[in-house]
Design a binder for this molecule. Structure first.
Ligand code: TA6
Length: 289
């Protein structure tokens, strides 16, 4: 289903037969909403979000590409989340593991002349967003180097999960992993042996993780993150001080959001001319006791 937002930017709404839905904006190729069969919103959007391109909406799933963070020559988190994407009229065929895909859309971002001035590498970024019959949300990225020389990129699906209360949330799957702590000049530490809970600002890149589970105690819901080609996981909560410093985030809203992002950051992905990289992120949720 196609619609337009208040700025006339195209949006796509995917639905399955049980009325679960996903809303994607062509601004940034950003998922803005992921709802259950009962219409309950699973992603966080700030009440002070700015819906005015090129500013990315604070919430949903903005895509950080070709750079994560502010280490590098580009603006923080790169430019892909600020660009207008297009519908891909020459999409890749459905793959065997795209099973029980109920509804999907193929978006495309190609490097523009202005992009090439700040990042001199020609690329095609094909994004397939799909919603399964079970309400699973999958994002498949295919990034091809269409230049004549190699380049590296980092990528993160900055996923704002809606949670009831940050002090009632725990994350499993990161135990004993090494992480780079953005609050300590990206120094490397090792996570201890039990689930992560939150009592203050967290801004870390965990390395070489597999599946992740986010337990929302109050809502009795567990989010599951499965990923391929995305070795790292960013965990970010701004807490109170940083929340106040962000003009597009309510002062108390850090309590109701948690970013856990499938990513490839520590080792930027190298692409030779003509080569294509594929990364896959699947989000689902289950009732939890
Ligand atoms: O998690 C990394 C990080 O750079 C944080 O330090 C914080 O700045 C967050 O991302 C939000 O970045 P944004 O550019 O979306 O405001």
């Amino acid at each position: 289903e196609f619609t337009k937002d208040r700025n006339g930017i195209d949006q796509v709404i995917l639905k399955n037969t049980r009325k679960a839905s996903v809303r994607i904006s062509l601004h940034g190729g950003q998922i803005l909403s992921w709802r259950t069969d009962h219409g309950e919103e699973l992603l966080f959007t700030s009440s002070k979000a700015i819906f005015k391109p090129p500013t990315p909406v604070r919430g949903g799933i903005p895509i950080c590409f070709p750079q994560f963070g502010n280490r590098g020559t580009l603006e923080q988190h790169g430019f892909a989340r600020k660009k207008i994407w297009i519908i891909d009229t020459d999409p890749p065929p459905l793959q065997p593991n795209d099973t029980n895909v109920k509804a999907y859309i193929d978006l495309l971002l190609k490097s523009s002349e202005e992009d090439l001035k700040i990042w001199p590498h020609s690329f095609e970024f094909r994004l397939r967003v799909s919603l399964s019959e079970d309400g699973y949300l999958t994002m498949i990225s295919r990034i091809r180097n269409i230049n004549c020389k190699p380049f590296n990129f980092s990528i993160a699906y900055r996923t704002y999960f809606s949670i009831s209360d940050i002090s009632e949330v725990r994350v499993e799957g990161l135990e004993t992993l090494d992480y780079l702590d953005n609050l300590c000049q990206r120094e490397r530490f090792t996570e201890q042996g039990d689930a992560i809970t939150f009592e203050s600002e967290v801004d870390r890149v965990y390395l070489s993780s597999s599946d992740i589970a986010i337990f929302d105690h109050e809502r009795k819901r567990t989010f599951i993150i499965r990923k391929e080609g995305l070795p790292d996981v960013v965990v970010w909560n701004p807490w109170d001080k940083k929340a106040k410093a962000l003009n597009d985030l309510g002062d108390e809203e850090y309590k109701h959001m948690l970013c856990v992002d499938g990513a490839a950051i520590e080792k930027p992905i190298p692409l030779k001319p003509g080569e294509e990289w594929t990364g896959r992120l699947e989000l689902s949720f289950v009732p939890s006791s």
